[in-house]
Ligand binder design. Structure first.
Ligand code: AFP
Length: 328
């Protein structure tokens, strides 16, 4: 039988980073198991539909957004190492435990893909851990470039419940054994090929894209008769976790580009708790992640809920689009 998450983490104790992160990862994994259960029971417990509130993004919250957020906060509060948390669902950070030299900061989108919930499609949770800085924790403690993350990952609530994370050097995937209530290592050391023939984008937004993005997608759609000389396929799950998971398992490139509808340089996805954790995972698996033209993990955040364009996956595809931006 494959090793459990606990056994896997114990086997990595020689790695100081993993030794430091193991308790926090176990608490986050516990929260994800509880969130998975809440999602699967939602239609039976009256937890579907809108909560009647909006989050700071001005988005109507689903009841499960609020429930998932509370489950993540309570799990983090039970881990003495997690000093504070920032969430897509909360305007400000939440102080949880005393901050020490070994403390961590948790950033999370507790339920990603909410618009898929009531139609029974795949959703997920995204998490990122930063080493806490010395002294008291403030919002500024969270405003750090993505390359400072010490851990990033997601839970996928789909045909199976999975936990996929990296501490920077490799990406490992675990599947929930529902009977035993623990995650087992089923997808070790995931890697992304530099080339691909599958792209993920919401094509309804074409008229809003910058010209280099329009050119890139048009060339993919031109197929073997076009400049790329090969046919491409398209997928769009409308839950970033699901699209990123597919790319980690079979390759591809994901684009949610900044576009004319948003303030300059913005995009739909949030930098700190969506783009950065996914970028750390994708780079650890051999891929690349940019805001269209610059490396995502080098961006210096200015605001907690700052948005960004996102292009990530097969390294050669991400670099091709960056070259189109450069030459445009
Ligand atoms: P929701 O959580 O509001 O469903 O948004 C999900 C998401 O942030 C990301 O997970 C998807 O990739 C993207 O938005 C889908 O956006 P569109 O609905 O505009 O395609």
């Amino acid at each position: 039988m494959p090793p459990s998450l606990a056994t896997f983490l114990a086997s990595q104790q020689h790695e100081p980073t993993v030794a430091r992160l193991a308790p926090a990862l176990q608490h986050i994994a516990g929260a994800c198991i509880a969130i998975a259960r809440a999602i699967r029971q939602a239609a039976l417990t009256g937890s579907q539909g809108l909560a009647g509130s909006d989050n700071i993004q001005g988005e109507a919250q689903q009841k499960l957004d609020v429930i998932s957020n509370e489950l993540m906060i309570e799990a983090a509060r039970r881990c003495p190492q997690i000093a504070a948390l920032a969430s897509e669902e909360l305007d400000d950070i939440v102080q949880l435990n005393a901050s020490t030299a070994d403390s961590l900061l948790l950033l999370t989108d507790p339920l990603d893909g909410s618009s898929n919930l009531d139609i029974g499609m795949t959703v997920g949770s995204i998490f990122s851990l930063l080493p806490a800085t010395a002294g008291s924790v403030t919002t500024a403690s969270f405003l750090r470039p993505g390359h400072e993350q010490c851990c990033a990952g997601y839970a996928l609530y789909g045909p199976a419940t999975m936990l996929v994370f990296t501490t920077g050097s490799e990406v490992n995937g675990f599947t929930l054994d529902e009977a035993r209530g623990e995650f087992l290592l089923t997808h070790p050391q995931l890697q992304i090929a530099p080339e691909c023939s599958e792209f993920a984008i919401n094509a309804a937004n074409l008229r809003h894209w910058e010209l280099p993005v329009q050119r890139y997608i048009a060339e993919c759609q031109a197929g073997s008769a076009g400049p790329r000389g090969k046919d491409f396929n398209m997928r769009w799950v409308a839950a970033m976790v699901a699209d990123v998971h597919r790319i980690l398992l079979r390759g591809g490139v994901f684009l949610y580009p900044r576009d004319a509808r948003q303030p300059p340089g913005a995009g739909k996805l949030r930098l700190l708790y969506e783009a950065n954790p996914m970028a750390l995972l994708i780079e650890a698996a051999g891929g690349a992640a940019s805001n269209g033209s610059e490396r995502l993990l080098d961006m210096n955040p200015e605001r907690l809920h700052q948005r960004t364009g996102v292009v990530l996956g097969a390294r050669n595809e991400v670099e091709r689009l960056a070259s189109y931006h450069l030459s445009h």
